[in-house]
Each structure stands twice: as structure tokens, then as C-alpha cells.
Design a protein around this ligand. Structure first.
Ligand code: ZN
Length: 289
């Protein structure tokens, strides 16, 4: 597997309400020659990488000092699915990535409207060396060596039942358009906890017995798969392997990144290097929990 490193061919701006804060933010994505996804605000750079995750409950938030960017996962998923690994994201105001349509569709469409450009490098590949399973409770994520990208999510959803979604390297409409979701009856609880303040029918799928808002029955599973991809993007490379998440969430995705990076389960293949692959850490074996 070899992928060309890409950036944007021009700049693109997103302005909108954040799903949790309810505040309006404005972000501008700029083409970048430097590899990596960086948020930028008044001279400060915040890398979109695992060590900068400060919260993984209900959303994935990054911070460096006082520079906080909340709910990065749909944007990082969109960039991952587009193969963009070099971009500077200027935060003009606000502290949360706009929720827009609730998925990755608007991000992908707007970026494609300005086009993509190859940087002349290769993407960083992170090959899974051996099987690893993160299983804190009844839910788990299993990662296996596989020559390619195969990510699966399976879960049990309110009123919808058990559903499964698969990403095999090709983004689909179902994956890009899958909205954030919530049980209709849980909205007051979220609001009481100062969450979901920017949730509206256009960006959030409200689940109730009638299923009147559901566009397709696997939509919640595809959204969780999108979250998984956006969270794995914070590993800082393209994961080459098979990932199966059973009822995973942001917190479990966070634990998985921690185990993959610190347990030596990944072999990093840098740009242009066909030899001399280096493990991230000395190899560790066994099951992580
Ligand atoms: Zn999400």
C-alpha cells in the first residue's frame, strides 16, 4: 500500500455552530507544504495528534496551553478520507469545529470544490504488526495485521437494533453523510450537562420509536465508524490493518491509540522509505485492557 501525500489546492472556510458549545466558530483550511494536520491561532500551532487530546468523552478535543479546539473528529475523518495529510487549519474565532451537516459530507464537498494537490511525498503508513485488543468492559476494539484498510463498526442502537458499517478504503455516501445521533428523550439530559447545545434536526439524527428522522437504517453505525476514522487519524499516519470496533466510542478509541502507540504495535513507514522501517517503540505482546 502506497499513498501520495496531499494538501488542498486552495483555501476553504467553514463557519458554523459547534454541536456541544452551541457557539459559532470560523475555520479556514490553508494548503501546506509541511506534512501534518495543524490547527493554528495567532502564532500558536496545535498538532492534530494523540498527545494533544485533552478530552475523549462525547467528543474528541485537542489543546496545547490555552489553545483548545473541541470536536475535531468529523473534520479529521474528512481529511483522512480525502487522503489529505498536510494542512494548516486557521481558527479565526471560536473553540469548536462547526458541526455543519453532522457528518463529513460538507467538509469533503467543500474541500473537493477547491481541489487537492500532491505534495510530492508519500503518506506516513502505520502498519499493524500484531493483533491487539482493547477491552475495558463489554465493548472492545480489535486490531489485526492486514495489507490494506478495513475498518468495521458494529453496535446496538436505540430503536434501530444491531447494525454494522464497513470502510474498505473507499469513502461512500453512507459514511460521509451519516449524522451525529441521539435519543430524542436524551436531549434535555445533554443540555443539562452543557452538551449538544448546537444540536438541531439538520445536524443531529434524533432517534425515537417512530424512526421518522432516520434516512437509512445503518446511519448510526456509519456515524460511529466515521468517529472511529476521525479518532484514528490522530495517530499521525495511515493505519494499515484491520480494525473491528464493537460498541466502541471516543474514549475507547483514545485508549486504543494509547495502546497502539505506546505498546509498539505499529511499524512506521515514512515517506520514500522502502527499507529501514522503524518500530515506534520496542515491541510488546499480549492483550491490552
Ligand atoms: Zn461524531
Amino acid at each position: 500500500m502506497e499513498l501520495r501525500s496531499k494538501t488542498l489546492a486552495g483555501k476553504v472556510t467553514f463557519r458554523g455552530v459547534g454541536i456541544h458549545t452551541g457557539e459559532v466558530s470560523k475555520l479556514t483550511l490553508h494548503p501546506s507544504e509541511d506534512k501534518g494536520i495543524f490547527f493554528y491561532r495567532k502564532g500558536e500551532l496545535l498538532p492534530a495528534l494523540h498527545p494533544f487530546v485533552v478530552n475523549a468523552v462525547a467528543s474528541t478535543d485537542l489543546a496545547k496551553g490555552n489553545f483548545l479546539v473541541k470536536t475535531v473528529e468529523h473534520l479529521t475523518a474528512a481529511l483522512y478520507l480525502l487522503g489529505v495529510d498536510s494542512v494548516l487549519i486557521e481558527v479565526e474565532y471560536g473553540s469548536e469545529v462547526p458541526i455543519l451537516d453532522g457528518g463529513a459530507k460538507t467538509f469533503v464537498e467543500e474541500v473537493l470544490s477547491v481541489g487537492l494537490r500532491e505534495t510530492g511525498r508519500r503518506q506516513t503508513l502505520l502498519r499493524v504488526k500484531e493483533k491487539v485488543r482493547v477491552q475495558p468492559n463489554g465493548n472492545f476494539i480489535e486490531v489485526l495485521p492486514f495489507e490494506g484498510e478495513l475498518f468495521e463498526y458494529e453496535g446496538e442502537f436505540p430503536f434501530v437494533g444491531r447494525k454494522r458499517a464497513v470502510f474498505d478504503g473507499k469513502p461512500t455516501e453512507a459514511l460521509l453523510g451519516a449524522r451525529t445521533f441521539c435519543r430524542l428523550e436524551d436531549f434535555p439530559l445533554l443540555w443539562a450537562n452543557r452538551l449538544g447545545l448546537g444540536g438541531y434536526p439538520v445536524n443531529t439524527l434524533a432517534l425515537d420509536e417512530s424512526l421518522r428522522y432516520l434516512v437509512y437504517s445503518e446511519e448510526p453505525a456509519y456515524h460511529k465508524l466515521l468517529d472511529l476514522i476521525g479518532d484514528l487519524a490522530l495517530l499521525g499516519g495511515r493505519l494499515v490493518g484491520r480494525v473491528y470496533s464493537f460498541k466502541g466510542n471516543h474514549l475507547l478509541n483514545h485508549q486504543l491509540r494509547e495502546v497502539l502507540l505506546k505498546g509498539g504495535y505499529l511499524e512506521r513507514e515514512e515517506a520514500g522509505a522502502s527499507r529501514g522501517r522503524e518500530p515506534l517503540r520496542p515491541s510488546a505482546s499480549g492483550t491490552a485492557s
